[in-house]
Design a protein around this ligand. Structure first.
Ligand SMILES: [Zn+2]
Ligand SMILES: [Zn+2]
Length: 227
């Protein structure tokens, strides 16, 4: 298609969805985001047993991916529920949510036709959405700054490849986020980010006033607990 990917719109939608769904901890679960946004999601095992879905050869339509969006008999996301890499599934569902939130099915029905090969511009937009939903820049920045060793793929529930792409695009995405947007994304995560463990007495607490010391024994070598 002849237009450039709308990176800013895709990124802003992801930030807005995080806030609307009150996502407050990692890893972000795109299935939960779908449900709280009123988008139906069905595991493949459930639909293959339902005669209403027979016209669709869903396993073939899924092909190499772990999730697809279909419009009939209901607009919904179908995902593979057999045991596979949860990071890949998380990414695939977040990518499909990107297509939906960016209205690709409504605005570009021809390009989104399942019979055609994917349109690279629309795919890129869905990927921008996915990476900013699962690993929002402000959160990646805060954790990388304070806990570089914990800022890795598993914390965000991403595959290593997706995490590498996230790091490659960090600067580009950061330039599109205002300070207000960054604060709004971070605010619901404040409890998650303030969890501390005292290595001396084992106490777990939220260091809300950022005192840096254990309320029980006064120890000042607190550990960040991102869980
Ligand atoms: Zn796609
Ligand atoms: Zn203590």
């Amino acid at each position: 298609m002849a237009f450039v990917p709308r990176t800013d719109a895709a990124l802003h939608y992801a930030c807005a969805v995080l806030q609307d769904c009150r996502i407050s901890r990692l890893p972000v679960d795109p299935l939960e985001v779908a449900v709280s946004s009123g988008i139906s999601v069905y595991p493949l095992s459930q639909v293959t047993q339902n005669p209403a879905w027979q016209p669709w050869n869903l396993p073939a339509a899924l092909g190499m991916t772990d999730a697809i969006t279909i419009a009939y008999p209901a607009f919904c996301i179908i995902y593979r529920d057999e045991a596979r890499d949860p990071g890949r599934l998380r990414w695939a569902v977040a990518h499909e949510l990107g297509h939906l939130f960016l209205n690709h099915f409504r605005d570009f029905p021809d390009q989104m036709n399942p019979g055609l090969s994917a349109d690279s511009t629309l795919e890129e937009e869905a990927d921008v959405f996915a990476r900013n939903l699962l690993a929002p820049v402000p959160l990646v920045d805060v954790i990388r700054f304070n806990r570089p060793r914990q800022a890795k793929a598993p914390l965000f529930g991403l595959s290593r490849t997706a995490w590498m792409k996230r790091l490659d695009t960090l600067g580009e995405d950061r330039s599109l986020i205002s300070e207000e947007m960054a604060d709004a994304v971070l605010y619901p995560f404040r409890s998650f980010l303030l969890n501390r463990r005292c290595p001396k007495c084992g106490r777990l607490f939220e260091d809300r006033r950022d005192t840096g010391r254990c309320p029980q024994c006064g120890c000042e070598e607190l550990e960040w607990v991102l869980e």
